[in-house]
Design a binder for this molecule. Sequence first.
Ligand code: GLU
Ligand code: ZN
Length: 491
Amino acid sequence: MKIRDRYAPSPTGLQHIGGVRTALFNYLFARSQGGKFILRLEDTDRTRYDQVYEQNLYDTFAWLGIQWDEGPDRDGPSAPYVQSGRTALYRQYAGELANRGLAYYCFCTSGRLEQIRIEREAAHSGDTGYDRHCRGIPPEEAAARAAAGEAHTLRLKIPLGGTTRFRDRLLGEIEWKNDDINPDPVLLKSDGFPTYHLANVVDDHLMEISHVLRAQEWLSSTPLHVIMYRSFGWTPPEFCHLPMVMGQDGKKLSKRHGATSIDEFRRQGCLAEALINYVALLGASYEEGKDIYTLRELAERFSLDKLNKAPAIFDYKKLEWYNGQHIRLKSDEELADLCLPYASDAGLFGAAGPSAEQRLIFVKAMALIRERLSFLSEAPEKIAYLFREPELPAAEEFIPKKADLARAVGLLRLGGKLARPLAEAADDEAAEIFIKEQAEKNAVKLGELLMPLRVAVTGARVSPPLFGSLRILGAEKALERVERALEHLSR
Ligand code: GLU
Ligand code: ZN
């Protein structure tokens, strides 16, 4: 069998974690099977459509590095891949169902539908949905009224009584009472445009979709889709409804939990690789003892057997951890390229951007902070002291435990004398050997000796590694900073 699956978003909002999870699983499944992954734009809801959302869709997946084989921007045998360009097809297929008596014209006005809703509410009736008022109109009469221009919709005949069964790849056999299905859903709206149900089924069939992997919230639509496939005489695709994605409180992941749009994660300094890695684990498990995967490794391992039934919990802390891990996999150059935009925004360089020298310093600085970053956006603040003189904190910050100001000044003077050899040391190891000797010789504790020097050079007690910072800054700047700090402490 040819494996073909699809991501079928409606461009009515920004791409979020749930959507990307669906797209990613479809992508991985297609890749793992040597199949085709298709993007189809389900833009039938023209009132909520916005070009911004469509652009966001392309931008998001370009950034993630997930490419479809067929789609609006790539063409393919089932073009167009945008539903608004396929209206004639939907009308044709819906018309066929009407001709065969499997769908019928409904002439009810919105006023009438509203009226039944009010009456039912008043009567505390549990009935919802359409009352099938027009289902009994003789087909010839209905067709004549429609042809004469009377406003109408077209509704699917859901069988009265009985059940509809289908198999979900993950959830197993599903049986639905037909009486519990939306009574006769609209296929074509009064403006002649299709509803989601019609367009979705017609397209999945025409695009030869073999597997529908979609969010579990669509499960309740599936029985009626299955009825539609049968009405058309088509074989339904294999369905696989993916586990829900929840926040840590067990409720469906939403804005209340924090960022959900991919844009927000991206702005915060999430790596595409980390997001993919973490999202791929939302509802699937791969192998024991391995956490870090590339997109390629995921595609090699993915299988529908590895999906979990239980809902997936989206944990922001875990994403942070994955991000840190993927940051550690980047070279200095790569990481610098990723962090530079944040540093420019933070004003670390002049308006013209980093000079060649600043760029060089920036690349070197990556080694100092790589292990300390959770998100790219944290970089500028951590290494600002390499680009401008730090603001010096209050004198107390220079004073080691159980010492006083005079002692701190003494220690800083000593540190100042050592700054040049430290800045000129070949590497951390050489610097360490040297400073240990000096501490011993001067009978001071190593920590005490380094502390005031660190504050003078970096502006804080806690900073990226001092020796590396000194080597990047160079002896001259380091000495200037020590002088400045001594002056600061004498005030
Ligand atoms: N357009 C639907 C959505 O926005 C597609 C659901 C499906 O995959 O069938 O998710
Ligand atoms: Zn009606």
